[in-house]
Design a protein around this ligand. Structure first.
Ligand code: GDP
Length: 204
């Protein structure tokens, strides 16, 4: 936990946006990408992790911005904010959002160590969440499932959701067996997620 706290006490700076594969910056070190449906709480989580408000705001035009935003954390870890998928389009095909740049990035980026896939504790897991997990499996990108907004559901509903998410992660070959449960509002799970990322950064 201490390593995570120290890493995330470092400044986190936006340094690049890419809309095409040929615009990707040279890798500076290990990368971790954050993905999830629009409104899943991704900006809030990145802000809670880094303790910097408005950091992730550059990317928060839901359903519009098809770009990867790159942040450097303490010269040790690159955080990549992926565009939210599935905004306001029930049953929207994930392919429309994620084919091309997203899949090419996931598949062809040696620096990419892990994707953090966010799922919202307040809403049902959607087909496009499952499609993205399949895509990660296909791209052979190891990922960690992180449940957001765990402060919101009542305890019995939260327990059901946690069991569902754990079972889902266990079924997917590229998913880490252990899912993490977080709340940007209460800070629950944030130290654990920081520690997980510090390990990837090789800190501590
Ligand atoms: P993004 O579109 O994935 O970047 O999502 P945002 O971070 O903008 O959050 C979307 C909505 O969820 C906003 O209304 C936030 O206030 C709310 N939200 C985000 N994190 C939490 C959380 O930990 N708990 C609760 N209850 N709401 C949250």
């Amino acid at each position: 936990m201490e390593a995570g706290r120290l890493l995330f006490a470092q400044p986190c700076l936006f340094f690049h946006a890419a809309q095409r594969l040929d615009q990707l910056p040279p890798a500076r070190g290990p990368e971790v990408a954050f993905a999830g449906r629009s409104n899943v709480g991704k900006s809030s989580l990145i802000n809670a992790l880094t303790g910097q408000n408005a950091l992730a705001r550059v990317s928060s035009q839901p359903g519009r911005t098809r770009q990867l935003n790159f942040f450097e954390l303490g010269e040790r870890l690159t955080l990549v904010d992926m565009p939210g998928y599935g905004y306001a389009r029930a049953g929207a095909d994930i392919k429309a959002d994620w084919q091309g740049l997203m899949f090419d990035y996931l598949r062809g980026r040696p620096a990419l160590q892990r994707v953090v896939l966010l799922l919202d504790a307040r809403v049902e897991i959607k087909d496009n969440d499952r499609a993205v997990m399949d895509l990660f499996d296909k791209a052979a990108v190891p990922y960690l499932v992180v449940l957001t907004k765990t402060d919101a559901p009542k305890p019995p509903a939260l327990a059901r959701k946690q069991a569902e998410v754990a079972a889902l992660a266990a079924r997917h070959p590229a998913a880490a067996m252990q899912a993490l449960f977080t709340s940007s509002q209460t800070g629950a799970g944030i130290p654990e997620l920081r520690a997980f990322l510090a390990e990837i950064a090789g800190v501590g």
